[in-house]
Write a protein that binds this ligand. Structure first.
Ligand code: GLY
Length: 310
């Protein structure tokens, strides 16, 4: 969809809970960086969303590990965190990496240390609901009692069922100055191997932003977006003159062509051009949506994603 140049905000459907916060920031002349962080913080705070932040599904050991990234398309500076434990606001810690450190990606204890230095509150992120799903999955395999002592690689295949395991939030904002920022946050796949990073904290895979050309964000099976370099590829196609529709469909077709051992290549993508034009894509069945808002709209709306056949 195309608009008059001005603020635009898009995201995966689960970003809806935070869209009004982002819209208010952009309407008040605020930055795309603040808008993206605010929308994603609302999703990270939502205990009903088991794929992001507080209440996220845990890894095989029952520990919630968060990944996130944020990229400023005007400077092409980025901040990313991986396997962050004990702090829900992964996107803010990612912004902390961007603004406070001479690095791009910080993981594990270092990420938690930075969160503490930023004054964020440490807490247990595992809710009863999320723990029950984790237990049920392992009990279904008869493995729950032995999980602390076994070779976890034997049960890592639990994390390959996209209907139970996948989910993420991605958000792209264009502010009134034409700056683009993209952000992604996730608890990753349920029952993932401890320390596993998906595409969300990997610039070029799950997230890429360049205010000259556009931005892209992925949700879905992160390993595929890493293997295909999906978000960077989408923006490179925009830079070469493709429309958002052409760029998005082409990079999803790249995903579909990957070898996946018979598993469905689950991937969703949102793309925004430098002028605020946007579109969403999916390999899932009809009906998958993304959420968007542009200046002049009183509330965010849902739009259909283009389905790329598998
Ligand atoms: N796309 C999120 C993940 O694979 O962790």
């Amino acid at each position: 969809m195309s608009h008059e140049p001005g603020p635009v905000l898009i995201g995966s459907a689960n970003a809806e809970v935070g869209m009004d916060r982002g819209r208010e920031i952009l309407e008040d002349g605020g930055s795309a960086l603040d808008a993206v962080e605010a929308v994603i913080r609302a999703v990270e705070d939502n205990p009903e969303d088991h794929t992001v932040g507080y209440g996220g599904y845990p890894n095989l050991l029952g520990e919630v590990e968060l990944d996130a990234s944020i990229m400023d398309g005007s400077t092409r500076r980025a901040g990313c965190v991986g396997a962050l434990r004990g702090y829900r606001a992964a996107i803010s810690v990612a912004r902390g990496v961007l603004e406070r450190l001479p690095h791009v990606l910080v993981v594990g204890e270092g990420a938690a240390r930075l969160a503490a230095e930023m004054g964020l509150e440490a807490e247990d992120l595992l809710t009863e609901e999320a723990e029950k799903v984790w237990r049920d999955g392992l009990e279904g395999r008869g493995e729950l009692g032995r999980i602390g002592e076994m070779m976890l690689s034997r049960v890592a295949s639990l994390a390959t069922d996209p209907d139970r395991a996948a989910g993420t939030v991605d958000v792209i904002a264009r502010d009134q100055y034409g700056n683009l920022v993209s952000g992604v946050s996730t608890s990753g796949w349920a029952w993932k191997y401890p320390g596993r990073l998906g595409d969300s904290p990997i610039i070029g895979a799950g997230n890429y932003c360049d205010s000259r050309y556009g931005a892209a964000g992925c949700t879905g099976w992160g390993e595929l977006a890493i293997r295909a370099g999906t978000a960077r590829s989408a923006v490179a196609r925009l830079a070469a003159g493709a429309s958002v529709g052409e760029a998005g469909e082409a990079v999803i077709r790249d995903i579909v062509e990957l070898e996946t051992d018979g598993h469905h290549p689950l991937m969703h993508l949102v793309v925004m051009g430098a002028d605020g034009t946007h579109a969403g894509f999916t390999t899932r069945a009809e009906g998958a949506q993304y959420v968007w808002w542009a200046r002049g709209m009183s509330a965010p709306e849902m739009a259909e994603r283009t389905v790329v056949p598998v």
